[in-house]
Design a protein around this ligand. Structure first.
Ligand code: MAV
Length: 326
């Protein structure tokens, strides 16, 4: 008899909860960084724009400082529609679910900031977004990014001889390892949140990253030598789990898409503008020592065939040409 009472009570409680859930939509975001980083600021801008643009009740809760893991964890959560609803992601950390998505952020893809800007504004990435949605259940709602990636290492690396055999961490997508192997380095895919330790303990000699993240996570403590290979300008989709998106009411969906695009543009402007400033702050603080790489053009020649082969394998040669032609 008492069992029955409990059951009825539980059902009643569930009914009350269900009503309050549908009245307020709670969205959970995740960032690897603290409030200072451009990604977190972009997520905050998204939050602000959605709150401003939507009539109903919507709340946001962002886990900071990689509390929920790194991007390889985020992607699993997003794909399954659990724990987080939206985040900023490196395409190369989503490769497990959508093999063509890392084409977007493969090294040496963009000539310069103008090319990067034009390409992202053009909608040329649409086929890659479609694959991500279909295979990974993840929707791109905007594009952040804009930091320039360089080598960061325990010892200085200034030319191809020093780069040859250099043990470095790369992101998990196979194309990342292929490109760094093509320029003679010895890449290995290591989880981002293990990189600091791996360099500190000498498991690897360095990695590659943009100024904002090197500064935010204090990677300069173990990898103070920055080599200006300028091999990538980051493309960082602001993404939402499709399980979440499809459950939103139509008004909120429209606001989310608009806010995502605008927050992404905000993030691109912010991160690309701050990129040089952040590097300079680290130089001025004596945290990093910056050198040019002698013979960067030669690197470019080494990677083009690798990019071509990767695109061909995906049936995306035309897409690669279209991106290059922007
Ligand atoms: C930087 O922290 C960011 O670009 C982030 O999006 C990447 O996941 C990370 O580097 C990385 O190298 O994995």
């Amino acid at each position: 008899k008492s069992m029955k009472a409990v059951t009825v009570g539980a059902i009643a409680a569930t009914a009350v909860m269900a009503t309050s859930v549908s009245a307020e939509t709670a969205l959970r975001g995740a960032s690897l960084f603290d409030e200072e980083h451009a990604y977190t600021k972009t997520l905050r801008e998204f939050e602000r724009l959605v709150t401003e643009g939507y009539d109903g009740d919507v709340s946001f809760d962002i886990s900071l400082n990689g509390e929920l893991g790194d991007e390889s964890d985020f992607v699993t959560f997003l794909q399954q529609g659990v724990a987080i609803d939206y985040a900023i992601m490196a395409p190369s950390n989503m490769a497990t679910f959508a093999p063509s998505i890392p084409l977007m952020d493969m090294p040496f893809l963009f000539r310069d900031l103008e090319h990067w800007d034009t390409a992202l504004a053009s909608g040329v990435m649409a086929p890659l977004e479609a694959e991500l949605l279909e295979k990974a259940n993840i929707r791109v709602i905007g594009y952040a990014g804009g930091g320039v990636r360089n080598l960061a290492s325990a010892e200085a690396i200034t030319n191809i001889d020093e780069l040859t055999g250099h043990q470095m961490r790369v992101m998990g997508a196979p194309i990342q390892a292929q490109i760094f192997a093509a320029i003679q380095a010895a890449p290995s895919a290591i989880a981002y949140n293990e990189v600091y330790n791996a360099i500190q303990t000498g498991v690897i000699a360095g990695f590659e990253n943009e100024a904002a993240s090197i500064q935010n996570l204090k990677f300069y403590e173990v990898a103070p030598h920055i080599t200006l290979t300028r091999h990538a300008i980051t493309v960082r989709p602001l993404v939402m789990s499709e399980s979440t998106f499809s459950a939103l009411d139509a008004d909120l969906q429209a606001v989310v898409l608009e806010a995502g695009a605008a927050a992404g543009a905000f993030g691109r402007e912010l991160e690309s503008r701050q990129d040089g400033e952040k590097m300079q702050e680290m130089i001025d603080a004596g945290q990093v020592f910056v050198t040019e790489f002698e013979g960067r053009d030669a690197l470019l020649e080494m990677v083009i065939p690798v990019q071509d082969a990767y695109a061909a394998e995906l049936g995306a040669s035309d897409l690669l040409e279209a991106i290059r032609a922007k």
